[in-house]
Design a protein around this ligand. Structure first.
Ligand SMILES: *Cc1c(COP(=O)(O)O)cnc(C)c1O
Length: 368
């Protein structure tokens, strides 16, 4: 039996009746840009996140970029980012003409280490951009305290953490704004691209609404040079259906993670660490092993699909070659790139499949 890393078709099959009816309703409505489906999703998602505003955009990268632009980030500015993240976090900064300034993670949580942030602040720093990596909230309280002390904004990258809680409060408005992705494989995933920004700041929400629509509030009147980055109403209609199931699906992920934590304890893999203030949503279940590549292969041979998130740290990507960072510049991020492996995780992984993954991983950890 082969166990896929993630089965997106299973999510559709579970909700087929509801999704088909939402899509049919949208197609029959004749309203294909903006409109009531987008408004409804924005209202529901803002309420879910405990934020006063949600603004739908075309994807997660645009959510990050437009939020930074709404915070006036531009050429000459610096934005503090984690050294270990999906490259989109960095690209959003670069696309504004600003410079990403990497800070290493806490080795146990994978999230940006607040104790290292102040040393990276310069007179050019404008924003701190923590990522809630793998579905686990970053340690927001010290990050917000540093931002307050230095007069900086905080933008959170929530692309992997829909529904996660920090000290009991859902992510959505701890910082000045949160950027979300609805890429199909995320915990709340569309059937195509999608993104949003949540915020309690009416000015940020308003600026993103204008930026996403050609810089225009009134048709054919352009206040600024904006973008075409709108949330597709077809995706909004599907997202409304899926949002109603998000908590249940996150609970299934948590149950799987609990089985992994218990079943893999002591087998030689370094397992995820969860601080007591964090309620993660297990977008990914990431283990570490010094012999990651043989482990990856042994699991593949056993029919278990695993993935590496991510194999190359952003500072060593060719895309950032001009920055001059060398091997060794960010050793924790580099070690993670060498040692991390994501086990199968998703709301449709069956109980027996989880058992098989645990057995296969225990065996592979010994031979690797
Ligand atoms: C997926 C992801 C993004 C980008 O989202 P897209 O919708 O693919 O543009 C940004 N940051 C992180 C951490 C992600 O995982």
């Amino acid at each position: 039996m082969n166990i896929p890393f993630l089965d997106l078709g299973a999510a559709y099959r579970e909700l087929q009746t509801e999704i088909d009816s939402a899509v049919g309703r949208l197609l029959a409505s004749g309203w294909y840009i903006g409109g009531p489906e987008v408004d409804a999703f924005e209202d529901e998602f803002a309420a879910y996140c405990g934020a006063t505003h949600a603004v739908g955009v075309a994807n997660g990268l645009d959510a990050l970029q437009l939020a930074l632009r709404a915070m006036d980030v531009g050429p000459g500015d610096e934005v503090i980012v984690p050294s270990n993240t999906y490259i989109a976090t960095w690209l959003a900064v670069s696309q504004c003409g600003a410079t990403p300034v990497p800070v290493e993670p806490d080795a146990r949580t994978f999230n940006i280490d607040p104790a290292l942030i102040e040393a990276a602040i310069t007179p050019r720093t404008k924003v701190i951009l923590p990522v809630h990596l793998y579905g686990q909230p970053a340690d927001m309280a010290p990050i917000l305290a540093i931002a307050r002390k230095h007069g900086l904004r905080v933008l959170e990258d929530g692309a992997q953490a829909h529904g996660a809680r920090y000290k009991g409060q859902r992510l959505g408005a701890h910082g000045d704004a949160v950027a979300w992705s609805f890429y199909p494989g995320k915990n709340l995933g569309a059937m195509g691209d999608g993104g949003a920004v949540t915020t309690n700041d009416p000015q940020i929400a308003d600026r993103i609404r204008v930026l996403r629509n050609y810089g225009s509030r009134v048709k054919y009147v352009n206040e600024v040079q904006g973008y075409n980055s709108r949330l597709d109403p077809l995706q909004a209609a599907i997202l409304c259906v899926k949002l109603a199931h998000l908590d249940e699906w996150n609970a299934r992920r948590s149950a799987i993670a609990a089985r992994y934590q218990q079943g893999l304890a002591g087998c030689g893999l370094t397992l995820p660490y969860v601080p007591d203030w964090a309620e993660p949503v297990w977008h990914l279940y990431v283990v570490q092993h010094p012999q990651r590549d043989p482990l990856h292969k042994a699991l593949a041979d056993a029919g278990v699909g695993t993935l590496i998130h991510y194999p190359i740290a952003p500072h060593l990507q060719q895309a950032y070659g001009y920055s001059g960072w060398e091997q060794g510049a960010f050793p924790l991020a580099e070690r993670m790139a060498d040692q991390v492996l994501s086990l199968p995780m998703g709301p449709h992984l069956e109980t027996e499949q989880v058992t098989m993954v645990i057995e296969a991983a225990k065996k592979a950890a010994v031979t690797a």
